[in-house]
Structure formats: C-alpha cells, structure tokens
Design a protein around this ligand. Structure first.
Ligand SMILES: Cc1cc2nc3c(=O)[nH]c(=O)nc-3n(C[C@H](O)[C@H](O)[C@H](O)COP(=O)(O)OP(=O)(O)OC[C@H]3O[C@@H](n4cnc5c(N)ncnc54)[C@H](O)[C@@H]3O)c2cc1C
Length: 401
C-alpha cells in the first residue's frame, strides 16, 4: 500500500470529507485521517444545517443529488422579524421564486449528511483512502509533509489540509495565529415538532438577547438555533424539557401552534475565531479550523464547503500544470480567494448581532429604516436572496451548477 499522497486531510468531518471528494474529482490522491468511524444512522439528535443553493449544487456534482432530494426540506421563503413574533413587529419576507433558480437553501439533518459523506469517502474506489485514527505528529518541510498516526505509522504527502476543527493540529504545527473573542452569548440548538405546517418558511426573529432561527425540516418538525445571554443560557440548561418549552413559547408565540421537543438540546458558548493566515508552506486551513463565526446566519458549514471546493479547484489546476501543490505560492491562491469572503462574513454577522441584539430605540429606528429600504428596493432584495442562496462573490466552478 502506498504511503506517498498528494494531500493528507487531517479530519474527515463534514468539510474534510467534502474536500476529499472534490479533490478526488480532480484526480488527486488523498489520505484522510479521522478517528470517528462511519456507523449506522443514529436517531435524530436535533442538529441540522441550512445548505445554500450553491452547497446543494456542490453535493449534486459529487454524486449526492439523490441524497439531497430524498433527505432535505426546501426553504421556500425567509421571514425576518424584529422583536417578538407578533403581527405588529417590523418584518421582511423573501421568496425563493424571486430568484427563479430553485429553493434558496435546503435543510438537512446532521446525522444523514454526516453518514452519507463518510460512507462516500470510505467506499471511494480510486483516489481516497481513509484511516480511522488521529494524526499525532506532523512535520512540514521544504519537500513535503510527514505525519504519524496513533499507531506510530508514517505517511507522506505534498501538502496537508487542516479540516480538524477548533483544536487543529495543523494550525498548531504551522504556527498559525488567530484573532478571537467571546460573545457574551450562548446558542441553544434543538428541534421541535409542531402542530401547524411550516410551509418551508425559515424564520429569523431578532430579540434583544439575540436571534432565534426557526428552520423547517421534513414533516412538522423545525430546527431551532436560539441565541441568549450566558446567564440566561445557564438558567435554560438547568430546566427540564417542560420548563424549557414554556420559555421557548414566549418568543415563538403561536406561529407553529403547540410544540414538543425532539432529540437533544445543545448549548454552546459563542466565539468568533478567525485564522490570521489560511496557509503556510505545505499547509492550508479549511472550515472550522480556519474560522468560527456567529451562528445567526446559519452559514458556518456553507463557508466551509466553499473553502473545500475552492481549494480542490486550485490544487487540481496546479497539478495539471505540473506545479508542486504544496508550495506556498500555490496555496496563497486559495488564501487570496477565501480570506476576503471569510472576513466579510465574520464582519457582517458581527454587525447584525450588534445592531439587532439590543433594545436601544435609536438602533430600533435604524433597523426599521433598513427593513423599509429593503422592502422597497428590488435590487437590494436580490442581493439578500442571492446571499442566502450562496450565489454572491466568486464561486468555485463546481458550485455554479
Ligand atoms: C450544536 C451545533 C450546532 C450547529 N449548527 C449549525 C447550523 O445550523 N448551520 C451551520 O452552518 N453550522 C452549524 N454548526 C457549525 C457546524 O457544525 C460546523 O461548521 C461544521 O461541523 C464544521 O465542520 P468541520 O468539518 O470544519 O469541523 P468539525 O465538524 O469540527 O470536524 C473536525 C473533524 O476533525 C477530526 N479531528 C480533529 N483532530 C484530528 C486529528 N488530530 N487527527 C485526525 N482527525 C482529527 C474530528 O474527529 C472531526 O471529525 C453548528 C455547530 C454546533 C456545535
């Protein structure tokens, strides 16, 4: 069995698996390390993602079209309101039909997406090999990359892609530094079953303590991401399901009728953490190892997928030209492409959080004026809808459909 590859992928989570599949399409040889083995699909645990139209196109190009069509719920409209969900709250509504290219986004459950991408890389016939252990040692030098796994075996490649999340061994060994701060907020992710139909409408309710996103899943089930202050989160975490639901009904009102919880509740403190550089000689950071942003726009995974598709495209073109794909000059093309998008996104989510997560009357007037302008100006509406669909900016070819 070979031990020299084009790319070593550290971390076969969602982003690492998509990178491996996209790079295999470019005929690069890939070795993926991840200690989490694929298993049978577990029961629904409440975690789900809004995949933008461009992410869905990426999955379709990676032969996962049937999966998307079977396991997702289309988002037909987005409803944004300022304050508790009452008829009098200032609000905005966007319809997928306004851009005429299909649903802006689709919701998928984490358990389905994770198991299908893991299965795809595990069973890949030609270009991908998966080793279910962790990387414990990593050496970057002028000629390539050498890693050792938990079993003490060594492997070499031209470059390493760090898709290994918040505690990335690649970021550590490449001495990449981060700018980081903690929001005084936590997010609660969970799912609810409800009495009324959601009609494929994704709702974002901006409350003084933070936004509540209500995202439609298949059937009468919705995924929620509820951002609250840290003290409030500790209080909610201690509550049993019944008491928690009572609190949740306050911002949700009666829009979806009676509610019951499905699966678990996940509480996580919110941080923004952005890598100051995305690449060094022989190493690139991809997905959450490079950026953790506020979940209010639900775009973290879409950003990671865009990173993965961009890197695969750049490495594929460089390899076809006969370039050494681990050279910093090659990897810097990826950095130039992705850094602006990531920083812009982090800035935008931050600004929205600041503008909306308070009850200051001056900011309320500003928000209302902004919403009125978006309502009246079709060009501005188009920008918002295209953003939700992940169609703004320079897209990798594989995400263009
Ligand atoms: C509760 C919760 C809810 C969320 N909800 C949303 C949402 O609604 N929408 C959205 O877009 N995003 C959401 N996110 C964020 C989303 O989960 C992440 O963007 C996404 O999982 C990042 O994927 P990743 O592959 O970059 O990193 P990870 O999912 O962290 O994967 C990293 C992988 O690397 C492996 N690894 C780590 N170290 C090593 C090593 N040394 N060797 C080998 N392997 C290693 C790990 O085993 C893991 O599989 C949520 C996150 C949380 C925690």
């Amino acid at each position: 069995m070979r031990n020299q590859y084009d790319i070593i992928v550290s971390g076969g989570g969602l982003v690492g698996s998509i990178l491996a599949l996209a790079a295999a399409r470019e005929k690069l040889n890939i070795l993926v390390f991840d200690s989490v083995k694929p298993s049978r699909i577990p029961p629904f645990n409440g975690r789900a993602y809004a995949l933008s139209l461009s992410s869905c196109r990426l999955l379709a190009a990676l032969e996962l079209k049937e999966f998307i069509e079977t396991h997702s719920q289309d988002i037909h409209s987005i409803h944004i309101s300022d304050g508790l969900s009452r008829a009098s709250s200032p609000s905005l509504r966007f319809e997928s039909s306004e851009i005429d290219v299909g649903p802006m986004a689709r919701m998928v459950e984490d358990r389905h997406l994770r198991s299908v991408v893991k299965r795809e890389i595990q069973n890949h016939a030609n270009f991908i090999r998966v080793i279910n252990t962790r990387i414990t040692e990593l050496e970057l030098n002028a000629f390539g990359v050498k890693v050792k796994d938990t079993n003490g075996r060594s492997y070499r490649a031209s470059m390493v892609a760090g898709c290994d999340g918040r505690d990335s061994i690649v970021a550590r060994k490449a001495a990449i530094r981060f700018s980081q701060y903690n929001y005084a907020q936590s997010a609660i992710a969970c799912a609810v079953e409800h009495e009324r139909d959601h009609h494929g409408c994704a709702r974002q309710i901006f409350l003084p303590s933070g936004p509540l996103a209500i995202l439609p899943l298949q059937g009468r089930v919705s995924s929620l991401v509820w951002t609250v202050g840290q003290d409030e989160a500790s209080r909610l975490e201690k509550m049993n399901h019944h008491e928690f639901l009572k609190q949740l009904r306050i911002p949700m009102g009666s829009i979806l009728g009676d509610l019951s919880l499905v699966g678990d509740r996940f509480f996580f403190p919110l941080t923004q953490r952005i890598a100051k550089i995305l690449v060094t000689e022989r190493a690139a950071l991809v997905g959450e190892s490079a950026h953790i942003i506020h979940p209010l726009a639900g775009q973290s995974l879409n950003l990671g997928f865009r990173d993965a598709a961009s890197l695969a495209q750049i490495l594929g073109s460089a390899a076809r030209r006969g370039e050494d794909i681990g050279l910093k000059t090659v990897l810097e093309r990826y950095q130039r492409w992705r850094r602006f998008d990531v920083n812009l996104f982090a800035f935008a989510t931050d600004s929205f959080d600041w503008l909306y997560s308070n009850s200051n009357p001056i900011l309320y007037t500003l928000r209302k004026g902004g919403m009125d302008a978006v309502k009246r100006l079709p060009a501005l509406r188009g920008v918002f809808i295209r953003e939700a669909a992940g169609l703004n900016g320079q897209l990798p070819k594989i995400m263009m459909g």
